[in-house]
Design a protein around this ligand. Structure first.
Ligand code: FE2
Ligand code: FE2
Length: 341
Protein backbone atom coordinates (compact mmCIF):
# COMPACT_ATOMS: atom_id res chain seq x y z
CA UNK A 1 0.00 0.00 0.00
CA UNK A 2 1.03 3.68 -0.13
CA UNK A 3 -0.09 5.57 1.90
CA UNK A 4 2.89 7.64 2.42
CA UNK A 5 1.00 9.74 0.00
CA UNK A 6 -1.90 9.79 2.37
CA UNK A 7 -0.12 12.21 4.59
CA UNK A 8 1.05 14.39 1.77
CA UNK A 9 -0.81 17.65 1.70
CA UNK A 10 -3.38 18.58 -0.90
CA UNK A 11 -3.11 21.80 -2.78
CA UNK A 12 -6.52 23.10 -1.85
CA UNK A 13 -5.08 26.57 -1.35
CA UNK A 14 -2.61 26.53 -4.23
CA UNK A 15 -2.21 29.96 -5.74
CA UNK A 16 -2.92 30.17 -9.46
CA UNK A 17 0.23 30.18 -11.56
CA UNK A 18 0.61 31.65 -15.00
CA UNK A 19 0.79 28.34 -16.86
CA UNK A 20 1.33 30.07 -20.17
CA UNK A 21 4.53 31.69 -18.91
CA UNK A 22 6.12 28.57 -17.47
CA UNK A 23 7.13 25.87 -19.99
CA UNK A 24 7.30 23.20 -17.26
CA UNK A 25 3.76 23.92 -16.03
CA UNK A 26 2.60 24.06 -19.61
CA UNK A 27 3.91 20.52 -20.20
CA UNK A 28 2.04 19.39 -17.07
CA UNK A 29 -1.15 21.16 -18.18
CA UNK A 30 -0.86 19.33 -21.53
CA UNK A 31 -0.68 16.03 -19.63
CA UNK A 32 2.85 15.32 -20.85
CA UNK A 33 4.89 12.92 -18.73
CA UNK A 34 8.05 14.28 -17.13
CA UNK A 35 10.92 11.80 -17.52
CA UNK A 36 14.17 11.51 -15.47
CA UNK A 37 16.37 13.19 -18.11
CA UNK A 38 13.99 16.18 -18.50
CA UNK A 39 14.53 19.58 -16.90
CA UNK A 40 12.41 19.98 -13.79
CA UNK A 41 12.23 22.50 -10.95
CA UNK A 42 14.29 21.46 -7.94
CA UNK A 43 11.21 21.79 -5.71
CA UNK A 44 9.29 19.33 -7.97
CA UNK A 45 12.19 16.84 -7.78
CA UNK A 46 12.42 17.17 -3.99
CA UNK A 47 8.66 16.79 -3.53
CA UNK A 48 8.71 13.59 -5.58
CA UNK A 49 11.72 12.16 -3.73
CA UNK A 50 9.92 12.70 -0.43
CA UNK A 51 6.58 11.32 -1.61
CA UNK A 52 7.92 8.30 -3.52
CA UNK A 53 10.37 7.32 -0.76
CA UNK A 54 7.68 7.64 1.93
CA UNK A 55 5.50 5.48 -0.24
CA UNK A 56 8.30 2.90 -0.61
CA UNK A 57 8.91 2.89 3.16
CA UNK A 58 5.17 2.35 3.74
CA UNK A 59 5.16 -0.71 1.48
CA UNK A 60 8.15 -2.21 3.28
CA UNK A 61 6.99 -1.42 6.83
CA UNK A 62 3.53 -2.58 5.74
CA UNK A 63 4.89 -6.12 5.39
CA UNK A 64 5.35 -6.35 9.17
CA UNK A 65 1.78 -6.36 10.59
CA UNK A 66 0.79 -9.17 8.22
CA UNK A 67 4.14 -10.99 8.06
CA UNK A 68 3.68 -12.15 11.65
CA UNK A 69 0.48 -13.96 10.63
CA UNK A 70 1.91 -16.09 7.81
CA UNK A 71 2.66 -19.02 10.15
CA UNK A 72 -0.60 -18.53 12.06
CA UNK A 73 -2.97 -18.25 9.08
CA UNK A 74 -5.76 -20.82 9.57
CA UNK A 75 -5.14 -23.02 6.49
CA UNK A 76 -2.44 -23.84 3.96
CA UNK A 77 -4.39 -21.89 1.32
CA UNK A 78 -4.57 -18.80 3.55
CA UNK A 79 -0.83 -19.11 4.31
CA UNK A 80 -0.01 -19.24 0.58
CA UNK A 81 -2.24 -16.27 -0.21
CA UNK A 82 -0.86 -14.18 2.65
CA UNK A 83 2.73 -15.09 1.79
CA UNK A 84 2.15 -13.96 -1.81
CA UNK A 85 0.52 -10.73 -0.63
CA UNK A 86 3.36 -9.84 1.72
CA UNK A 87 5.86 -10.59 -1.07
CA UNK A 88 3.88 -8.27 -3.38
CA UNK A 89 4.25 -5.47 -0.82
CA UNK A 90 8.02 -6.03 -0.76
CA UNK A 91 8.00 -5.81 -4.57
CA UNK A 92 6.02 -2.54 -4.43
CA UNK A 93 8.68 -1.11 -2.13
CA UNK A 94 11.40 -2.12 -4.58
CA UNK A 95 9.66 -0.60 -7.65
CA UNK A 96 9.21 2.61 -5.69
CA UNK A 97 12.80 2.82 -4.41
CA UNK A 98 13.87 2.31 -8.04
CA UNK A 99 11.48 5.11 -9.17
CA UNK A 100 12.94 7.42 -6.49
CA UNK A 101 16.48 6.60 -7.66
CA UNK A 102 15.66 7.95 -11.13
CA UNK A 103 15.55 11.38 -9.41
CA UNK A 104 19.23 11.14 -8.52
CA UNK A 105 19.02 9.91 -4.93
CA UNK A 106 20.75 6.95 -3.38
CA UNK A 107 18.66 4.09 -1.99
CA UNK A 108 21.01 3.62 0.98
CA UNK A 109 20.37 7.25 2.01
CA UNK A 110 16.60 6.78 1.77
CA UNK A 111 16.75 3.66 3.93
CA UNK A 112 18.98 5.42 6.41
CA UNK A 113 16.38 8.22 6.67
CA UNK A 114 13.72 5.63 7.52
CA UNK A 115 15.86 3.84 10.09
CA UNK A 116 16.92 7.05 11.81
CA UNK A 117 13.30 8.25 12.08
CA UNK A 118 13.83 11.21 9.71
CA UNK A 119 11.49 9.77 7.06
CA UNK A 120 7.85 8.94 7.61
CA UNK A 121 5.76 5.98 6.51
CA UNK A 122 2.02 5.44 6.67
CA UNK A 123 0.77 5.60 10.26
CA UNK A 124 -1.73 2.80 9.73
CA UNK A 125 1.08 0.25 10.07
CA UNK A 126 1.68 1.38 13.64
CA UNK A 127 -1.51 -0.39 14.73
CA UNK A 128 -1.40 -3.96 16.08
CA UNK A 129 -2.74 -7.07 14.34
CA UNK A 130 -4.04 -9.04 17.32
CA UNK A 131 -6.48 -11.38 15.59
CA UNK A 132 -6.89 -13.13 12.24
CA UNK A 133 -9.77 -10.76 11.48
CA UNK A 134 -7.23 -7.90 11.50
CA UNK A 135 -5.58 -9.47 8.46
CA UNK A 136 -8.94 -9.37 6.69
CA UNK A 137 -9.43 -5.73 7.70
CA UNK A 138 -5.98 -4.74 6.43
CA UNK A 139 -6.71 -6.25 3.02
CA UNK A 140 -10.26 -4.98 2.72
CA UNK A 141 -9.95 -1.54 4.37
CA UNK A 142 -6.26 -0.56 4.32
CA UNK A 143 -5.51 -1.85 0.82
CA UNK A 144 -8.90 -0.45 -0.22
CA UNK A 145 -7.93 3.02 1.06
CA UNK A 146 -4.53 2.67 -0.59
CA UNK A 147 -6.20 1.91 -3.93
CA UNK A 148 -8.41 4.99 -3.55
CA UNK A 149 -5.27 7.07 -3.00
CA UNK A 150 -3.13 5.38 -5.62
CA UNK A 151 -5.38 5.04 -8.66
CA UNK A 152 -5.15 8.81 -9.35
CA UNK A 153 -1.34 8.49 -9.04
CA UNK A 154 -1.34 6.24 -12.15
CA UNK A 155 -1.94 9.54 -14.03
CA UNK A 156 0.64 11.56 -12.11
CA UNK A 157 3.00 13.72 -14.10
CA UNK A 158 6.25 11.91 -13.29
CA UNK A 159 6.61 8.97 -15.72
CA UNK A 160 8.49 6.41 -13.56
CA UNK A 161 6.12 6.94 -10.60
CA UNK A 162 2.99 6.76 -12.77
CA UNK A 163 4.17 3.53 -14.46
CA UNK A 164 5.10 1.91 -11.12
CA UNK A 165 1.64 2.79 -9.79
CA UNK A 166 -0.17 1.10 -12.68
CA UNK A 167 1.39 -2.25 -11.80
CA UNK A 168 1.04 -1.71 -8.07
CA UNK A 169 -2.67 -0.87 -8.32
CA UNK A 170 -3.37 -4.09 -10.23
CA UNK A 171 -1.81 -6.09 -7.40
CA UNK A 172 -3.52 -4.01 -4.71
CA UNK A 173 -6.92 -4.91 -6.08
CA UNK A 174 -6.13 -8.61 -5.46
CA UNK A 175 -5.05 -7.70 -1.93
CA UNK A 176 -8.34 -6.00 -1.28
CA UNK A 177 -10.32 -8.95 -2.55
CA UNK A 178 -8.41 -11.42 -0.38
CA UNK A 179 -9.12 -9.22 2.66
CA UNK A 180 -12.81 -8.98 1.79
CA UNK A 181 -12.88 -12.77 1.37
CA UNK A 182 -11.41 -13.31 4.86
CA UNK A 183 -13.99 -10.99 6.44
CA UNK A 184 -16.81 -12.51 4.35
CA UNK A 185 -15.86 -15.98 5.57
CA UNK A 186 -15.75 -14.88 9.21
CA UNK A 187 -19.15 -13.19 8.89
CA UNK A 188 -20.64 -16.50 7.68
CA UNK A 189 -19.02 -18.38 10.57
CA UNK A 190 -19.75 -18.93 14.26
CA UNK A 191 -21.03 -16.14 16.56
CA UNK A 192 -17.46 -15.91 17.96
CA UNK A 193 -16.02 -15.43 14.47
CA UNK A 194 -18.61 -12.74 13.67
CA UNK A 195 -17.78 -10.99 16.92
CA UNK A 196 -14.05 -11.17 16.15
CA UNK A 197 -14.71 -9.50 12.77
CA UNK A 198 -16.88 -6.77 14.32
CA UNK A 199 -14.29 -6.06 17.07
CA UNK A 200 -11.60 -5.79 14.44
CA UNK A 201 -13.75 -3.53 12.24
CA UNK A 202 -14.37 -1.26 15.25
CA UNK A 203 -10.60 -0.89 15.71
CA UNK A 204 -9.66 -0.35 12.04
CA UNK A 205 -12.48 1.86 10.75
CA UNK A 206 -11.28 5.20 12.15
CA UNK A 207 -7.52 4.69 11.61
CA UNK A 208 -8.33 3.77 7.98
CA UNK A 209 -10.20 7.06 7.48
CA UNK A 210 -7.16 8.84 8.95
CA UNK A 211 -4.99 7.33 6.19
CA UNK A 212 -6.22 10.07 3.85
CA UNK A 213 -4.49 12.70 5.98
CA UNK A 214 -5.65 15.98 7.56
CA UNK A 215 -8.71 17.94 6.42
CA UNK A 216 -8.08 20.07 3.35
CA UNK A 217 -8.74 23.15 5.48
CA UNK A 218 -5.95 22.14 7.91
CA UNK A 219 -3.42 21.28 5.24
CA UNK A 220 -0.48 23.43 4.38
CA UNK A 221 -0.19 24.71 0.86
CA UNK A 222 1.87 22.66 -1.59
CA UNK A 223 2.12 22.67 -5.33
CA UNK A 224 1.38 18.94 -5.61
CA UNK A 225 -1.89 19.57 -7.43
CA UNK A 226 -0.49 22.20 -9.79
CA UNK A 227 2.34 19.80 -10.65
CA UNK A 228 -0.11 17.03 -11.54
CA UNK A 229 1.05 14.81 -8.69
CA UNK A 230 -1.97 14.94 -6.39
CA UNK A 231 -5.15 14.89 -8.46
CA UNK A 232 -7.73 14.73 -5.65
CA UNK A 233 -7.72 16.28 -2.17
CA UNK A 234 -7.59 14.34 1.11
CA UNK A 235 -11.26 15.04 1.92
CA UNK A 236 -12.43 14.10 -1.58
CA UNK A 237 -10.59 10.77 -1.37
CA UNK A 238 -11.88 10.07 2.16
CA UNK A 239 -15.47 10.76 1.08
CA UNK A 240 -15.12 8.44 -1.92
CA UNK A 241 -13.79 5.71 0.35
CA UNK A 242 -16.69 6.06 2.80
CA UNK A 243 -19.22 6.07 -0.05
CA UNK A 244 -17.93 2.80 -1.53
CA UNK A 245 -17.19 1.03 1.77
CA UNK A 246 -20.45 1.60 3.67
CA UNK A 247 -22.53 -0.58 1.28
CA UNK A 248 -19.82 -3.29 1.45
CA UNK A 249 -19.95 -3.25 5.26
CA UNK A 250 -23.72 -3.57 5.23
CA UNK A 251 -23.52 -6.46 2.73
CA UNK A 252 -21.09 -8.18 5.12
CA UNK A 253 -23.41 -7.54 8.10
CA UNK A 254 -20.95 -5.30 9.96
CA UNK A 255 -22.03 -2.27 11.99
CA UNK A 256 -20.06 0.91 11.28
CA UNK A 257 -18.81 2.29 14.61
CA UNK A 258 -20.08 5.80 13.89
CA UNK A 259 -23.48 6.97 15.20
CA UNK A 260 -23.25 10.06 12.96
CA UNK A 261 -23.06 8.03 9.76
CA UNK A 262 -26.06 8.60 7.48
CA UNK A 263 -26.89 9.02 3.80
CA UNK A 264 -27.24 12.65 2.80
CA UNK A 265 -29.53 12.68 -0.23
CA UNK A 266 -28.91 16.36 -0.85
CA UNK A 267 -25.14 15.93 -1.11
CA UNK A 268 -25.35 12.47 -2.68
CA UNK A 269 -22.80 11.23 -0.13
CA UNK A 270 -22.63 9.69 3.32
CA UNK A 271 -22.14 12.11 6.22
CA UNK A 272 -19.84 10.76 8.90
CA UNK A 273 -18.55 11.71 12.36
CA UNK A 274 -15.44 13.66 13.35
CA UNK A 275 -12.07 11.92 13.32
CA UNK A 276 -9.82 11.92 16.38
CA UNK A 277 -7.05 14.18 15.08
CA UNK A 278 -5.19 14.04 18.39
CA UNK A 279 -4.76 10.32 17.86
CA UNK A 280 -3.73 10.91 14.23
CA UNK A 281 -0.93 13.35 15.14
CA UNK A 282 0.18 11.24 18.11
CA UNK A 283 0.70 8.22 15.85
CA UNK A 284 2.32 10.31 13.07
CA UNK A 285 4.76 11.73 15.61
CA UNK A 286 5.87 8.30 16.80
CA UNK A 287 3.60 7.53 19.74
CA UNK A 288 1.30 4.92 18.20
CA UNK A 289 0.79 1.41 19.57
CA UNK A 290 3.61 -0.18 17.50
CA UNK A 291 5.86 2.64 16.17
CA UNK A 292 8.92 1.48 18.09
CA UNK A 293 8.38 -2.19 17.34
CA UNK A 294 7.98 -1.54 13.59
CA UNK A 295 11.11 0.57 13.29
CA UNK A 296 13.28 -1.71 15.38
CA UNK A 297 12.08 -4.74 13.35
CA UNK A 298 13.14 -2.96 10.14
CA UNK A 299 16.53 -1.96 11.52
CA UNK A 300 17.16 -5.50 12.82
CA UNK A 301 16.16 -7.05 9.48
CA UNK A 302 18.48 -4.64 7.66
CA UNK A 303 21.42 -5.38 9.96
CA UNK A 304 20.79 -9.14 9.99
CA UNK A 305 20.70 -9.06 6.18
CA UNK A 306 24.06 -7.31 5.78
CA UNK A 307 25.85 -10.60 4.97
CA UNK A 308 23.33 -11.34 2.19
CA UNK A 309 23.99 -7.97 0.56
CA UNK A 310 27.75 -8.44 0.88
CA UNK A 311 27.52 -11.96 -0.57
CA UNK A 312 25.42 -10.69 -3.49
CA UNK A 313 27.90 -7.90 -4.29
CA UNK A 314 30.88 -10.31 -4.05
CA UNK A 315 29.10 -12.82 -6.29
CA UNK A 316 28.30 -10.11 -8.86
CA UNK A 317 31.94 -8.94 -8.85
CA UNK A 318 33.20 -12.51 -9.36
CA UNK A 319 30.77 -13.07 -12.22
CA UNK A 320 31.76 -9.91 -14.03
CA UNK A 321 35.50 -10.67 -13.48
CA UNK A 322 34.92 -14.18 -14.89
CA UNK A 323 33.00 -12.76 -17.86
CA UNK A 324 35.81 -10.24 -18.52
CA UNK A 325 38.42 -13.07 -18.37
CA UNK A 326 36.44 -15.22 -20.78
CA UNK A 327 36.10 -12.38 -23.27
CA UNK A 328 39.90 -11.76 -23.01
CA UNK A 329 40.52 -15.46 -23.73
CA UNK A 330 38.07 -15.39 -26.66
CA UNK A 331 39.73 -12.23 -27.99
CA UNK A 332 43.22 -13.83 -27.73
CA UNK A 333 42.04 -17.07 -29.38
CA UNK A 334 40.45 -15.30 -32.33
CA UNK A 335 43.56 -13.14 -32.93
CA UNK A 336 45.73 -16.29 -32.79
CA UNK A 337 43.55 -18.03 -35.35
CA UNK A 338 43.62 -14.92 -37.58
CA UNK A 339 47.43 -14.88 -37.29
CA UNK A 340 47.62 -18.64 -38.14
CA UNK A 341 45.43 -18.08 -41.18
FE1 FE2 B 1 -1.35 -4.18 -0.75
FE1 FE2 C 1 1.39 -2.39 -1.78
Amino acid sequence: MNASTSESRPAATAAPTAVGTDPFLERIANDEKIEPQDDMPESYRKHLVRQISQHAHSEIVGMLPEGGWITRAPSLKRKEVLLAKVQDEGGHGLYLYAAAETLGVNRADLIDALHSGRAKYSSIFNYATDTWADIGMIGWLVDGAAIMNQVPLCRCSYGPYARAMIRICKEESFHQRQGFDIVHNLMRGTPEQKQMAQDSFDRWWWPTLMMFGPHDSDSVHTQASEWGIKRLSNDELRQRFVDVTVPQASFLGLTIPDPALRWNAERGHYDFGALDWDEFWRVVKGDGPCNEARLSARVKAFNDGAWVREAAVTHARKRSARAANQSDVRGATSSQSRAAA
